[in-house]
Structures are given as structure tokens and as C-alpha cells.
Ligand binder design. Structure first.
Ligand SMILES: Cc1cc2nc3c(=O)[nH]c(=O)nc-3n(C[C@H](O)[C@H](O)[C@H](O)COP(=O)(O)O)c2cc1C
Length: 298
């Protein structure tokens, strides 16, 4: 287990815990890399990784089965908060990016920012979560607006937008609109006041249904919080969907996933894997039939 003595003293709300760090020599590093492949070539669909896999086989080709795991207490004294941040964002990846448009309660201050502690959590009703990290200064402007106005638009992020989206993550003072910083365009919403992003393939108007504030965040930082949002309207780009608007074409969406550090991933290859039903599979496989016999009576 990683113990407190090995990690040094944590300085609360200080540079040691700063999530946004100055990257030195980025231009130099970038210069040695190949250009982004702009060819928009069709996303490849391959077989799934192990088409011969059978029930009960676990991971058949595992080069790491002998590797040990290190136990970490996230609250160990002296473990800097930023170590948990880096571990979590690199280990829980890729994460979708919710690009959130909000306005202040009086409707005068517009805000736009990306969040990857974000997820759709149900479709009936359509529900989303977004979580705001604590920081040394004020709470995130998006959180303040959501709490005060109860409304937002969640917009998807495609490859061609990522620089503009990233630019809106700058810690601009409250009241400075990131729309101008991004150069993205506003399109009108119907059920909420914030505008949606014209360039996004998919936008979701939504209203806040619950907020959970985390009181045990690092001392000296703003509040962290989770917001639950219920969709009130969908907007889907016409060329990216089908007749009954029940599907979004991956070729058009070209989503970007956030990885650890300052890394992002794109989708250039996919595979399909059907989901099975117990009633179809159980009679065909001895292992499932045995398991079925061993089930406890209810
Ligand atoms: C791709 C991306 C994902 C981000 N995800 C989150 C997140 O999930 N939670 C969070 O608090 N900040 C996140 N940030 C940082 C915020 O976007 C940043 O703090 C921003 O300044 C908040 O804007 P606001 O204060 O105008 O709401 C992310 C930044 C980027 C670039």
C-alpha cells in the first residue's frame, strides 16, 4: 500500500495540487509528431478481439496475469489530491465531453465550458450527470449558473471542434463569455434560455433536478458538486440521423474522448458484440445449464 510517509506533505489548495499545469516545450514536442489525419476516412469495423471465446473462459490471452496490484488509500496523509486526479482521469478513460452552455439567473451572463466528469445515465427519462471539481478560487461558473438558473444545454464535441472547446476551459472571470473566445456560433433553444452550439451534431436542452454538494473536499478550495439534469429537448443535425431520429451516425459524430493528462482519443476502428439472452443460451451450453440448476429457489 502507498503510505503517507512516501508521498510528502500535501499543501492544500496550493500549486502542488494544481490540476492545470503549465506544459513546457509543448510546441517542440508537437513539432515532431505526424499531422492529424484529416482524410475523414471511413471508420473501420473489425471482428471483436476473441471470436472463439466461450462461457467461463475469462481472459484467454492475458500477458499480465502474473502482475501484482498496488493498494492505494486515496485519503492517505500526505498523498496530494492531484495524484488522485491524475490516477482517476488516466484510469477511467475515455470519458465523453459534455460541452455545457449556461446563463446567469438574470440571463445576462453567458457561459460555455467542457466537462468530462459527465455521462448520460438513463434514457427513460433521459437523464445526465455532470460533476464540478473543487478549485482554489470560486466555484465553477457553470455550476453557479446551473444552481441559480436551473437550466443548460449539453452539446456534443466532435473532432473538428476540439481546439475551440478546449479554449473555453480557460479560467476566465465570471461574466466573461467563452462564446467569443471559442468563435463557435449560438443557435436558439426552445425550452431553456441558454443557447445551443450550432456546430455540435447533438445538443440536449435540460433542467436541473438535483444537486449533491460534496462537503469533504480539500480544505481551502471551493465546493465540489454533482448535478443531475433531465432533458427537455433534443436537437440532432439532420444529415447525421435517420428518418425517425433514433440514431446518430458515428461517421458524422466523430466523438472525442478525454484521456489522462492533456490527451484525447478519436475513434478510427470499432467492433460489434451481440448481447445474449439467458433463455436462448442456457439450453445450448453445459456451463450455463449447470449454473441454472444450482440457482437457489426463490
Ligand atoms: C476536456 C475538458 C474536460 C473537463 N472536465 C471537467 C470536469 O468534468 N469537471 C470540472 O470541474 N472541470 C472540468 N474541466 C475544466 C473546466 O472546463 C474549467 O475549469 C473551466 O474553466 C470551467 O468553466 P466555468 O468556470 O466557466 O464553468 C475540463 C476541461 C476540459 C478541457
Amino acid at each position: 500500500m502507498i503510505s503517507s510517509s512516501t508521498t510528502g506533505a500535501a499543501k492544500k489548495g496550493t500549486a502542488e495540487n494544481a490540476i492545470v499545469q503549465k506544459i513546457t516545450d509543448f510546441e517542440k514536442m508537437q513539432a515532431g509528431r505526424p499531422d492529424f489525419d484529416q482524410s475523414n476516412s471511413q471508420i473501420e469495423v473489425t471482428k471483436h478481439p476473441d471470436p472463439q471465446w466461450q462461457y467461463g473462459q475469462g481472459v484467454r490471452k492475458n500477458r499480465h496475469s502474473e502482475s501484482k496490484h498496488i493498494e492505494v488509500d486515496p485519503y492517505a496523509e500526505g498523498r496530494p489530491m492531484v495524484h488522485n486526479y491524475r490516477l482517476l482521469v488516466s484510469g477511467i478513460a475515455p470519458r465523453p465531453i459534455g460541452f455545457i452552455s449556461t446563463v446567469s439567473k438574470d440571463g445576462k451572463k453567458e457561459n460555455l465550458a467542457p466537462f468530462s466528469y459527465f455521462q448520460v445515465i438513463d434514457h427513460d427519462p433521459p437523464m445526465f450527470i455532470v460533476s464540478f471539481s473543487a478549485r482554489p478560487q470560486r466555484v465553477k461558473d457553470t455550476f453557479r449558473n446551473l444552481k441559480e438558473s436551473g437550466e443548460c444545454v449539453i452539446n456534443t464535441v466532435s473532432e473538428n471542434m476540439i481546439e475551440a472547446v478546449n479554449a473555453t476551459s480557460i479560467d476566465a472571470p465570471y461574466g466573461v463569455s467563452e462564446w467569443g473566445i471559442s468563435g463557435l456560433h449560438q443557435a436558439p433553444s426552445t425550452t431553456v434560455r441558454p443557447a445551443r452550439v450550432q456546430e455540435s451534431v447533438f445538443s440536449i436542452e435540460g433542467k436541473v433536478v438535483d444537486i449533491k454538494e460534496f462537503t469533504n473536499h480539500t480544505e481551502g478550495t471551493s465546493l465540489a458538486a454533482l448535478v443531475l439534469i433531465k432533458a427537455t429537448r433534443f436537437w440532432v443535425r439532420e444529415d447525421a440521423t435517420n428518418d425517425d431520429v433514433s440514431h446518430i451516425d458515428l461517421e458524422k459524430l466523430r466523438p472525442v474522448g478525454q484521456l489522462g493528462g492533456i490527451s484525447y482519443g478519436r475513434i478510427i476502428s470499432t467492433f460489434e458484440l451481440p448481447r445474449e439472452r439467458w433463455s436462448d443460451e442456457m439450453p445450448k451450453y453445459a456451463l450455463l445449464s449447470e449454473l441454472d440448476k444450482s440457482k437457489s429457489d426463490v
